[in-house]
Design a protein around this ligand. Structure first.
Ligand SMILES: *Cc1c(COP(=O)(O)O)cnc(C)c1O
Length: 379
């Protein structure tokens, strides 16, 4: 049986990416590597929609989140975290681990923050140095209004740090145009790579914080990374094969066009939502993201049994809920290397699994709804 993954990281790999991993390793202190690295850094600017350098690290996404804290702040600095799910909580946990004073905007899981709440906090406390948020809160499937958040944060002296690890390439993010200071991303989501690379872009304002920050750092030193980058290098041995693979995936994104890539995600997300609603299930997250759809599992259906059925009988891997949402939701990602037939496939497997588990569904109804969305749109 073929196994197909619909998890919000890792995501499926394009053939070009897989094949690039099979090539002989090249040495990283060579003109050959530098040429690839420069090309990759250029492509990242396009995907990040920024003129600023995008730093590349060999780690999962969380490594880059931690690096941002270690590089921008000093012990006791005050920060504000939008906390609406597992990954918002992660910003709080890392900040506290580094001795920052954290205030939070607590958002019900499954909902998005109101930018006005953030504005109010920033007006009340002028000492807040940064606001941390997600673009997509992957644990709840919700997209946040980063443009709106940015416009209120930019009225203050704080910088805006956006975890776009799952959102990049799935949602519109105009980093420079919206005035987003720091964007963090990872390789194993919309960038269609295996796990192992993380990325950070920084605005001039963010670099000013780096100049004055005193938290300890060594491996993650942004200044070292920037100095090496200007020579087409990284300070330490990079994940050479992943960087070569990234060259391939960035080429695919450029060929399709970033706006088309995002539009494809939007249409697939809509197809999944329409299909799921047809089955009488509720979408958990509001507003729902283009990257992942979180679905409430009604009492009477065991979420884990459903996931197991989809995996065992159809080779379809979806995600469950995290923390207190475990058993209450399932999450279907439509992120990265996905095509129309993938979407029809996951919906078809979902309705067949529900059918076989005795949940009274009419076979084909949800698939039809997904087909209607897909055929009704130009992709
Ligand atoms: C996946 C994800 C992370 C964590 O990334 P790792 O690569 O697992 O460290 C952080 N934030 C968001 C929004 C994510 O989707």
């Amino acid at each position: 049986m073929k196994v197909r993954i619909f998890t919000p990281g890792p995501t499926p790999l394009p053939q070009e990416v897989k094949l690039s991993q099979a090539r002989d390793i090249i040495h990283h202190r060579t003109p050959e590597f530098s040429e690839i690295f420069r090309k990759v850094c250029d492509g990242l600017k396009y995907v990040f929609q920024t003129k600023n350098d995008v730093l590349v690290f060999s780690s999962s996404g969380t490594g880059a989140m931690e690096a941002v804290i270690a590089n921008l702040f000093s012990w006791g600095d005050e920060v504000l975290v939008v906390s609406g799910g597992k990954f918002g909580e992660r910003w709080t946990e890392i900040s506290k681990a580094f001795g920052l004073k954290v205030d939070t905007i607590d958002v019900d899981w499954g909902r998005a923050p109101d930018p006005l709440q953030i504005e109010k906090k920033l007006q009340e406390n002028k000492k807040i140095k940064a606001v941390f948020t997600q673009l997509v809160e992957t644990s709840t499937g919700v997209v946040y209004d980063v443009k709106g958040i940015s416009s209120v944060v930019n009225k203050s002296s704080a910088v805006l740090v956006v975890d776009a690890i799952s959102g990049l390439g799935a949602q519109t993010l105009f980093t420079d145009e919206w005035g987003v200071d720091v964007v963090v991303a990872g390789s194993q989501k919309g960038l269609m790579l295996p796990p192992g690379l993380s990325f950070v872009s920084l605005s001039t304002r963010a670099w000013q914080l780096v100049d004055n920050a005193s938290l300890p750092r060594y491996y993650w030193d942004f200044k070292k990374a920037r100095a090496s980058l200007s020579r087409g290098q990284t300070p330490f041995t990079p994940s050479v094969s992943l960087i070569c693979a990234l060259e391939e995936s960035l080429t695919l994104i450029r060929e399709e066009g970033l706006a088309n890539v995002i539009n494809r995600h939007r249409i697939f997300a809509e197809a999944v939502r329409k299909a799921v609603s047809c089955l009488g299930l509720k979408i958990f997250g509001n507003p729902p993201s283009n990257a992942v759809t979180a679905i409430s599992v009604p009492t009477g259906i065991d979420a884990e049994k459903l996931r197991k059925k989809m995996q065992d009988d159809f080779g379809i891997v979806i995600a469950g809920g995290q923390a207190h949402l475990s058993g209450k939701i399932v999450r279907i990602a439509h992120l990265g290397w996905m095509d129309k037939i993938d979407i029809i496939g996951v919906i078809s497997a979902l309705e067949m699994s529900l059918f076989q588990l005795g949940y009274g569904v009419e076979l084909g109804k949800a698939s039809k709804a997904a087909q209607e969305v897909i055929t009704g749109n130009i992709i």
